[in-house]
Write a protein that binds this ligand. Structure first.
Ligand code: X6L
Ligand code: MG
Ligand code: MG
Length: 178
């Protein structure tokens, strides 16, 4: 079984609902087990900064799938939730990125793991460090980088504390009636 960490982001529409639907879609995959979900962070956009703030989370999953197959699962969920690719680095309904796949280094035409820019991005590392056992899963490199960040200066704010996958999914059932 492979231990995999994902980063999920959204800055269009009902952002919290988009995150829930993405995690729900992961849970509905028979070949994916969702083990942990981080708190939800509101984060200033990086790359192209003239866009709305994001909500970002990190998710730990277990899966027998190969990295490439998981990438296809992530892309199918993005499509299912209505993602359309317009501007590079522009606003998106949902974005699922594979950060880590076991301790493997993978480089193919379509996939680079560990995610090449994750160590520079507080919006990735802050949620990740909440659910990744320290040192064991995150490379030492990233914990060091994380300590060097001034989290607030990086535009990353705790938006909603989440203590378990169940809790994360529970507020979805409430939202069904909205
Ligand atoms: C120089 C050049 C410095 C490019 C940074 C950083 C580009 C990040 C793209 C960069 C550069 C990205 C999210 C986001 C995006 C997200 C927040 C990207 C791709 N995705 N900002 N910007 N959260 N807060 O999920 O990550 S676009
Ligand atoms: Mg991304
Ligand atoms: Mg992506």
């Amino acid at each position: 079984m492979n231990e995999v960490y994902l980063s999920i982001g959204t800055n269009i529409g009902e952002r919290e609902k988009n995150l829930q639907q993405a995690v729900q879609a992961l849970m509905e995959q028979s070949a994916v087990q969702v083990k942990r979900v981080s708190s939800i962070y509101e984060t200033a956009a990086v790359g192209y900064t003239e866009q709305a703030d994001f909500l970002n989370i990190a998710v730990a999953v277990e899966s027998p799938l190969m990295a490439q197959e998981l990438l296809e699962v992530c892309q199918s969920i993005e499509n299912e939730l209505g993602r359309v690719r317009e501007m590079r680095w522009g606003p998106r309904i949902i974005d699922l990125d594979i950060l880590l796949y076991n301790h493997e280094n993978i480089e193919t035409e379509s996939l680079i793991i560990p995610h090449p820019r994750m160590y520079e991005r507080a919006f990735v590392l802050v949620p990740l460090q909440e659910i990744a056992p320290s040192d064991e899963m995150i490379h030492e490199k990233s914990t060091r980088t994380l300590q060097a960040f001034n989290i607030e200066q990086e535009g990353v704010k705790l938006w909603k504390k989440v203590d378990s996958v169940d809790e994360f999914m529970r507020f979805e059932s409430l939202n069904e009636f909205k």
